[in-house]
Design a protein around this ligand. Structure first.
Ligand SMILES: C[S@@+](CC[C@H](N)C(=O)[O-])C[C@H]1O[C@@H](n2cnc3c(N)ncnc32)[C@H](O)[C@@H]1O
Length: 287
């Protein structure tokens, strides 16, 4: 009986996204977090918003969009932004940034004998900052006196949902299989009785998390030595990319290192960085 009721309610929902709604939702999303939907992505908006349409009891996707864009229901607005983010990530993504980090960047920084701050901007569910932390710890295993002044790694993201998962440090076995080598799993994770894994204290101590919207908020990390800003600029237009990269440049110390995603570039911030071509791949040095 209850199921039938739910079924019939589900069927009653009008799933169409009109051109007008699509336009106003695109503008909302761009203003709130810089994400550019582009043309003809109605299917994406529909599939991502439908669970919220049901949860908040709307009769159509269009009426949910009208409430979202009127900004009268803050909880709904935040939920809509959350569902539109793409949180795909993996451990040691693309491998080469971590090879460069271990073989070139960390050795150079360790000579400075200063505290090292690393910022993982748009860290999703934590795989990136924890991979950085494992790389630092592996480097210290081979160079026990390195970074005695300390290392801190800060992961930020727009989405509170992914930050919660990052903070917990708990991952399903299937998530660990995406890029985490066995020896790293043995060294830096504990298995719970229920089969999930949790990052160990050594790893947890190095990494902290904070919400930060790269488009609407300026970060206050003044002396970061290294920034990972990977696989997020692709969602923004050139103007936003340039603004974000200029903000990152302001946070990096001179000679600091920036890693971008494999398909991302410096947009309009080329005057702020030197591009370094290594045999493993590309990275950038703050001028
Ligand atoms: C595809 S993931 C990339 C994760 C990681 N950097 C990597 O390369 O594996 C993109 C992340 O960017 C975040 N994001 C999208 N728009 C953002 C914004 N305006 N400010 C901060 N984070 C944002 C999303 O929530 C998502 O977790």
């Amino acid at each position: 009986m209850a199921w039938n009721r739910i079924e019939s309610e589900v069927i009653k929902v009008n799933k169409e996204v009109s051109d007008k709604s699509y336009q106003s939702f695109s503008t909302f999303l761009y203003k709130e977090c810089g994400i550019v939907l582009g043309g003809a992505k109605q299917y994406l908006v529909r599939s991502r918003l439908l669970p919220l349409v049901h949860e908040f009891g709307f009769e159509s996707v269009d009426s949910a969009i009208a409430t979202i864009t009127a900004r009268t229901n803050l909880k709904l607005c935040k939920a809509a932004i959350e569902v539109m983010t793409t949180n795909e990530t993996l451990w040691f993504r693309d491998k080469y940034p971590y090879e460069i980090l271990k073989n070139t960047v960390l050795p150079n920084f360790s000579k400075l004998n200063k505290r090292l701050t690393v910022w993982s901007a748009a860290c999703s569910t934590g795989q990136e900052p924890y991979s950085i932390a494992m790389t630092v710890l592996e480097y210290q295993r081979q160079n026990p006196s390195a970074f005695s002044a300390g290392v801190s790694i800060i992961g930020t993201d727009l989405s509170l949902k992914v930050l919660e998962q990052s903070q917990s440090g708990i991952y399903e076995e299937i998530a660990l299989k995406r890029g985490l080598p066995d020896d790293m799993r043995q060294r830096y994770f504990h298995q719970h009785e229920n089969g999930t894994y949790i990052v160990n204290d050594q790893l947890k101590r190095l990494v902290s998390f904070k919400q930060l919207n790269l488009v609407t908020q300026k970060s206050s990390y003044q002396k970061a030595g290294i920034v990972f800003c990977r696989n997020v600029l692709i969602y923004f237009d050139n103007e936003e990319k340039t603004n974000i990269l200029q903000n990152i440049s302001a946070c990096l110390q001179k000679g600091g290192t920036l890693f971008l995603g494999a398909s991302e570039s410096l947009a309009g911030a080329q005057d702020q960085f030197d591009m370094i071509k290594s045999s493993s791949g590309l990275y950038y040095s703050k001028r």
